[in-house]
Design a protein around this ligand. Sequence first.
Ligand code: ATP
Ligand code: MG
Length: 434
Amino acid sequence: MDIRAKELKNESYIGKNVSIKGWIHRIRKQKEKTFLLIRDERGSVIQCIIDSSETNNLTIESSLEIFGVLQKDQRAPEGGYEIKANSIKIFNIAKNDYPIGEYQSLDLLLDKRHLAIRTRRMTMISKIRSSILYYSRKWFTDNDWIEVTAPVIVKGSVEGGSTLFNLKYFEDNVFLSQSAQLYLEAMIFSLGPVWSITPSFRAEKSRTVRHLTEFLHLEAEAPWLSLDDLLKVQEELITFIIKHIVQNNKLELEFLKRDISELEKTSSPFDRITYEKAIDILRNREFKIVDKEISRNIEYGDDLGIESERILTENSSKPLFVIGYPLKLKPFYVKADTSKEGLGIAADLLAPYGFGEITSGGLREDNLDNLEKRIALEGLEKSNYDWYLDLRRYGSVQHGGFGLGIERLMRWILNINDIKDTVPFPRTITRVSP
Ligand code: ATP
Ligand code: MG
């Protein structure tokens, strides 16, 4: 019988002939017997005991198939089952200098990431990543949103020029997309509520624990909704994802020592404050920002950064919407709030326990004149946005949407500090390989 380790650990197989394919995760040789911890292709492990005479050349990460009888032994790790092996078939004897171990430096582990992703921790993280993508897609499908895709090669910026990656494109110069939003906006006229999941690229020059230069961006856009509708969509989506991860990824969460009771506190509605109130709170705490190399108290009009977002949410167990940012802090497409001079109809969602921004969203400027003025004000090249302005020329409607960074959501769900650990092959200012 050839099954994976997780399924093999079952009373009904005790005393039966079984086999397992995998890699040697750990090896402990005694005079007579050798204990192998075999890791299967999905990262679960089972102990195998074999005569030491058979194991002379075995090394960590050698791939093999083991045949034997399943038995129970309290001392066997992870469940008390083990295989008493009677033969092995070797696929490959690994070179005996496998570079991944417990005490390597973070840099070495990143240099050897193609091997380091075999660690069980990375396997658990990748499985949860897969579940998050699955339940995102499920929520949107169940709620009648249509999945679309947008190009990644683009002419115009969405989030401002400072984080654009240039791409030589035949004789032309183009960019890697920072966001699919403008294209999603074009698609709501014929598809209604749409969503997409695409990589976005940002030339983030600062090295932080929450920025990658390539990240997976989940974006949604729909016609005729209000800001309140939009916040509800995000609340429902995120609580749905978390509820199902807690239900279906218990094993992985436990392996990663994630406190599940914290995640279980995520319920709708999320907390909400205005941007103005957020600044008040920070001012009362005498929160300082560095502005032109000078440290000063935060003031109305300043953007919220990593530290200020941490302070706003470090003692809360629920995510927090910050609503109504000054227009000058937001990109050109944010709809102006006509009832509040200078403010935009926009909200960012901050994850609890200090994790900071995970989504940004709001209504989009749907008036042609206003949008043209904003494009000019930002100094953007109007010809690159002419197609986008057509959306305001032909049947413009109130609409809005949001973007969620999958890796940001993962940092919070998995309680991982460094965003690099949420992806198998992270891209940062200093790293594009492997
Ligand atoms: P921040 O202020 O944290 O740099 P942002 O406001 O520039 O983020 P948005 O343009 O609002 O980001 O992008 C929407 C979402 O995409 C963010 O809320 C975040 O979840 C995610 N995101 C943005 N930039 C990055 C990045 N460099 N790495 C990972 N995720 C990102
Ligand atoms: Mg944002």
